[in-house]
Design a binder for this molecule. Structure first.
Ligand code: ZN
Length: 556
């Protein structure tokens, strides 16, 4: 097991602190100080221009953005780190749209009577197998939360064979205030619907029916219905098993389904909260014909690197990520239908490019290699970064840390930094020291129950074991009180977030973005020079993935 040993780390920290406030050697400090807010502005202005059509994945504007990012990497002198000596990593996708007219779903009782459900009103479903037509006729089994979490001594499956079955399950995780049990109020990955589909498919199930309960999902049925109404993008290169029908039902439908099996849903919900819960076969079958329109398309991650200076350590890396895609153009919508994505995430791209320029121009390089990845298809469910995590240019066990930037608001000079998830990793003490050097306080996660850690690209790297988190500003800015920053954030979320109005404006102040870039530069530089690779705190949910990635393989 590789873990940062305390003594050399402390010695290094003291040694570095002695050199200056940031701990950087003078050459690196000069490179960091050249990070320029106005250059970030220029990137945001360019990438969010109507000419780039909102950088949609699989759209012309997205391709143009990828070409441009690669051209900047080249201009700054980064070496290519993509496929076949290029700056690009090709990612193939399937776009799947469920044909609502031709798809049919019914519950069949023991006596053989069918209750047909209505798409969108009663249920939604996506076929993950890329088939144009799948037929399902399977017994329905209630599996509680559908979670198997050995570290919390929790297993809803109890070894029951679920091959070929349709699993009815709840979203979220067993409720608790105990921080040692599913992290208390905070949502772990076990509570996310994506985990539930993955786990069911791994067990050979053919379908999942998630019960939608607003309080448990933390969003209403309309959100589920709207996000499942259009095209779903899936990675073409997926080795994991997939479901013929990954679906949700309205709470009321689940009530009736339980009733038809002679059960009471309220009681089932209670039973699911017990550690001794066992799967319950309902005696009702799911009969479903799911018809889909399937198309293939390709997109690209953009990868560049600055090679490390230590021949022994240059095979290892520190990674910086930011997604360049946004929601593209929605041709059928009236008025302005270009989703420019200035804040989300042209800002992250601007920061990534300044980091790339700073490392490339530094006359002295860190020991380990520095990798830069502008990833695609974040808005489609972190798919570009998922592909990157599964096909990293440096093996995942040799990537010490991933620092991600997503939606860094150009609001002025921040006095707080948000690094949620850093406390899970061994770089936590270093994060605190660097924050101090920048006079930044660390803003805690106010809504751990929303599971934000699982909603940006760093998570794709964590899944393959790489210690990872996003760097962003908090709500407190120089010359303002906290309420001002919170109001600005609220105004953004209400009026611009994921809307065509997320556009560049001349009054944007990119001081924040430059400061977050400098903060990440110092952090990444230090981690790239530490004697050991970074790791997870003992018992963290991603520690197992790190250990798995470190098991001896052929190669490196
Ligand atoms: Zn984003």
């Amino acid at each position: 097991m590789k873990r940062l040993s305390t003594i050399p780390f402390l010695a290094l920290a003291l040694f570095l602190t002695a050199q200056g406030q940031t701990g950087l050697p003078p050459a690196a400090e000069r490179a960091m100080n050249a990070i320029d807010a106005e250059k970030i502005r220029a990137t945001v202005k360019y990438l969010s221009d109507d000419a780039l059509e909102g950088r949609g994945t699989g759209q012309k504007g997205g391709d143009k953005a990828a070409d441009w990012m690669a051209a900047q990497f080249k201009k700054y002198g980064l070496a290519p780190a993509g496929d076949h000596g290029t700056y690009f990593q090709n990612v193939s996708f399937y776009g799947v749209t469920t044909d609502q007219q031709r798809t049919r779903l019914a519950f069949v009782s023991k006596s053989g009577s069918e209750t047909v459900q209505k798409f969108a009103d009663d249920y939604v479903a996506t076929d993950q197998t890329h088939s144009e037509k799948s037929e399902i006729d399977a017994p329905i089994v209630f599996v509680g939360y559908g979670i198997n979490a050995p570290e919390y001594n929790w297993d809803d499956y109890k070894g029951v064979d679920l091959k070929g079955k349709a699993l009815l399950m709840l979203v979220n995780e067993p409720p608790s205030d105990d921080p040692n049990f599913f992290k208390g109020r905070a949502l772990t990955y076990y509570g996310r619907w994506t985990y539930k589909y993955e786990e069911a498919a791994r067990r050979g199930a053919v379908a999942v029916i998630l019960v939608h309960k607003t309080e448990m999902a933390s969003y209403p049925w309309e959100v589920v219905r709207n996000s499942w109404g259009g095209e779903t993008s899936l990675l073409e290169d997926e080795k994991e098993p997939k479901l013929k029908s990954a679906g949700w039902v309205q709470l009321e439908v689940a009530h009736k389904l339980a009733q038809s099996a002679g059960l009471d849903l309220e009681q089932m919900l209670k039973d699911a909260n017990s550690r001794s819960f066992k799967p319950v076969e309902l005696g009702v079958r799911l009969k479903e014909t799911i018809v889909s329109q399937v198309r293939s398309f390709a997109s690209r991650n953009v990868l560049g690197k600055v090679s490390g200076s230590d021949p022994r350590l240059k095979g290892q890396a520190v990674l910086y990520t930011a997604h360049y895609d946004h929601l593209g153009i929605h041709p059928n919508e009236p008025g302005d239908n270009i989703y420019n994505g200035a804040a989300d995430n042209a800002t992250g791209c601007g920061i990534l490019l300044e980091l790339a320029r700073a490392y490339a121009e530094a006359p002295q390089k860190p020991a380990r290699t520095i990798l830069f990845a502008a990833v695609t298809a974040e808005e489609q469910g972190l798919l570009g970064s998922k592909y990157l995590g599964e096909h990293p240019p440096v093996p995942a066990n040799n990537i010490s840390l991933d620092l991600n930037y997503d939606d860094v608001q150009p609001f002025g000079d921040p006095e707080q930094v948000v690094v949620s998830g850093s406390e899970r990793t061994t770089v936590s003490p270093l994060v605190e020291r660097v924050a101090q050097a920048f006079h930044l306080s660390i803003q805690p996660d106010d809504h751990p129950e929303a599971g934000h850690y699982y909603r940006s690209d760093h998570f794709s790297m964590a899944r393959v074991g790489v210690p990872a988190f996003s760097v962003n500003e908090g709500a407190l800015f120089k010359g303002h009180d906290l309420a001002w920053g919170e109001e600005k954030e609220k105004d953004y979320v209400t009026h611009r977030y994921h809307q065509p109005s997320d556009e560049y404006r001349a009054d944007m102040d990119f001081t924040a973005d430059a400061k977050m870039a400098k903060f990440g530069f110092v952090l990444g530089w230090d981690v790239a020079n530490q004697p050991e690779l970074a790791g997870w705190q003992p018992g963290d949910e991603f520690e197992r993935a790190r250990k798995r990635s470190q098991q001896p393989k052929t190669g490196f």
